[in-house]
Design a protein around this ligand. Structure first.
Ligand code: NAD
Length: 171
C-alpha cells in the first residue's frame, strides 16, 4: 500500500519527521507532497519548493529514511473541486492520505479516498507558525527542526530573508 502525506513544510520540522517515520511503519511506500510549491518569499511561505525539497530529502537521509519514499512538489490550484485530480496527475498512485488539514481531508473524502489524521507530536513547539515566529524574533528554533533544515536555512540565508520580508514596504 502506498500513502500520501501532503503539507506546506514551511519549514519541515521534527513533528513532520516523526509523522513520516510513523506512517512508514504502516505503508509500503510514502509520497511526500510539498503543497503550495510555487509560493516563496513571504512571511507565511518563506522557502521555495526546491528549498523545501532539499530540507525533506536531507532530513530523511540523515535519519536513515532513504528508501520507500518520493518527494513531489505540488503547486496550488485556483479550483478546489479539481485539486485532487491535479495531485493525482503529479504523484505516483496512492490509496490512503494522511493529513490534519480540514480542507485536504474534505476534498479527498468527497472523492472516496481514505484519510487518516496522524496524531500531533508536541504541537506547541513542533509547528511551522511557532518556528517561523521564533526565527523572526531570534528565539531558539534550531532544536525544533532536523539538523539538515538548519543547514539548508543557513545555505539560503533564510533567517535574513525572513527578517527582511517581515519589514514590509515603507514608502
Ligand atoms: P503543514 O505543513 O501545516 O502540515 C502538514 C501535515 O503535517 C499536517 O496535516 C499534520 O498532519 C502534520 N503535522 C504538522 N505538525 C505536526 C506535529 N507537531 N506532529 C505531527 N504531525 C504534524 O501543511 P498543510 O497546511 O496541511 O498543507 C496542505 C497543503 O495543501 C497546502 O500547501 C495547501 O495549499 C494545499 N492545498 C491546496 C489546494 C488547492 O490548491 N486548491 C487545496 C487544498 C490544499
Amino acid at each position: 500500500m502506498r500513502g500520501l502525506l501532503i503539507g506546506r513544510f514551511q519549514p519541515f520540522h521534527n513533528g513532520h519527521l516523526y509523522v513520516v517515520k510513523e506512517i512508514l511503519k504502516e505503508v509500503d511506500e510514502l509520497v511526500i507532497a510539498i503543497g503550495s510549491s510555487q509560493r516563496s518569499h513571504t512571511v507565511e511561505n518563506p522557502f521555495t519548493g526546491g528549498e523545501r525539497l532539499m530540507m525533506i530529502a536531507k532530513s530523511l537521509a540523515e535519519n536513515g529514511v532513504v528508501k520507500r519514499r518520493y518527494i513531489i512538489p505540488i503547486p496550488d490550484m485556483d479550483n478546489n473541486s479539481i485539486w485532487v485530480s491535479h495531485v493525482r496527475s503529479l504523484t505516483p498512485p496512492f490509496e490512503k492520505v494522511y493529513s490534519g488539514n480540514t480542507l485536504v481531508k474534505r476534498l479527498f473524502l468527497e472523492v472516496g479516498v481514505k484519510v487518516t489524521t496522524p496524531p500531533l507530536y508536541n504541537r506547541e513547539e513542533y509547528s511551522g507558525t511557532e518556528i517561523r515566529a521564533r526565527i523572526l524574533k531570534g528565539g531558539p528554533w534550531e532544536g525544533l527542526v532536523p539538523k539538515a533544515v538548519v543547514e539548508v536555512i543557513r545555505e539560503v540565508d533564510g533567517v535574513r530573508r525572513m527578517r527582511d520580508l517581515s519589514k514590509g514596504d515603507k514608502i
